[in-house]
Design a protein around this ligand. Sequence first.
Ligand SMILES: Cc1cc2nc3c(=O)[nH]c(=O)nc-3n(C[C@H](O)[C@H](O)[C@H](O)COP(=O)(O)O)c2cc1C
Length: 397
Amino acid sequence: MSALRLLTAGESHGPQLTVILEGMIAGVPVPTDALNRELARRQISFGAGGRMRIERDQARITAGVMAGRTTGAPIALEIANLDYSAWADREIAPMTIPRPGHADLTAAVKYGYRDLRLGLERASARETAARVAAGAICKLYLAQFGIVVGSYVTAIGEVEAILSEDLPYPERLERAEHNDLRCPDPAATEAMRQHIQQMAEQGDTVGGVFEVVALGVPPGLGSHVHFDRRLSGRLLGALGSIPAVKGVEIGPAFANARLPGTQVHDPIVRDPDGTLRRRSNRAGGLEGGITTGEPIVLRAAMKPISTTRTPLPSVDLSTGNPTTSRYERSDVCAVPRAAVVGEAMVAWVLADELIRKLGGDSLEEQLPRFAALRRSHLADLPMDNTPWRFGYPGDTS
Ligand SMILES: Cc1cc2nc3c(=O)[nH]c(=O)nc-3n(C[C@H](O)[C@H](O)[C@H](O)COP(=O)(O)O)c2cc1C
């Protein structure tokens, strides 16, 4: 079972989002502004729609943090929906035309909704604000061990960032914080901006690709011993759970698939201090479902925003007649915002794994254990090479 459990609740136009994060150890400092800073990072983006001009997300912690530190009790958070007052008690005609690319039709068929809004309200990516707030706490926990999770955008539609392999990850993350497309390549950023503008003018939308990286992660998180303990699968699943994310890879996985093995697998080398490292990181920081100690690099593909100003073919479920989708206020491009959600999901998975790995209930207990884990990074060489007999108990053949 996961050490950390995360539950979110709340509709897009309900009064608030509610988050419960259970299993966080005691003693982690939680400055309130750290949560709000993360929430603001999810809101800022070129291509964001009108809703983000209304909301000014603020997290209110109502349990599990006292005197600025986690207590070990479940952490409860609320984020108010400022848009709620505009919707409360308003009479709204049932929505009967499903929008292609949304959960409108699938949720209605599954839950028997007669008004598609019931599906829309919870399927909306508004819920991702709740994940970002919980992820902020996970990031604060990871920061205690020097682990940083960040993200940047590498493509918007057909416009690709050009990032030299020599551009260090901290520099990429730093640059990403300085523009509203989270792109570390200034030339590409301008082209991306123009592309989004052009899509908006055409009544269309656009997707893209973002990368989430985790730096300072020690070797030995995750496991090869069972499918659901493979960290690779957990991270892929966590990013794939973000609305509109339809593809995820670890390192350059799809490019690796097209290359011979000798050009893909990272050579193992020994540093003068005895540390075993990989000379390259095409494995994206994971081998056998276990962290290698190199940066974890994950890449996610986000489909274009489903709500297009240009109508798309659909069927009116109240008449059965063909018609076209109706437009409601929407983002044109949400890739930079999804990248921040990606950070939260990765931080949550890594925090869960680290809590499980280190055990104990408080930061005080965990910090020395982490230091010992770091020391074990140094290979204990030479290995014992005494021959042994392969067999199982009772096997006499
Ligand atoms: C941060 C973020 C913001 C989003 N904003 C919008 C939006 O404004 N309009 C929209 O139609 N879809 C938006 N989406 C995408 C939809 O939530 C998503 O396309 C829809 O739920 C269906 O995706 P699915 O097939 O992956 O579930 C956003 C997604 C994310 C992650």
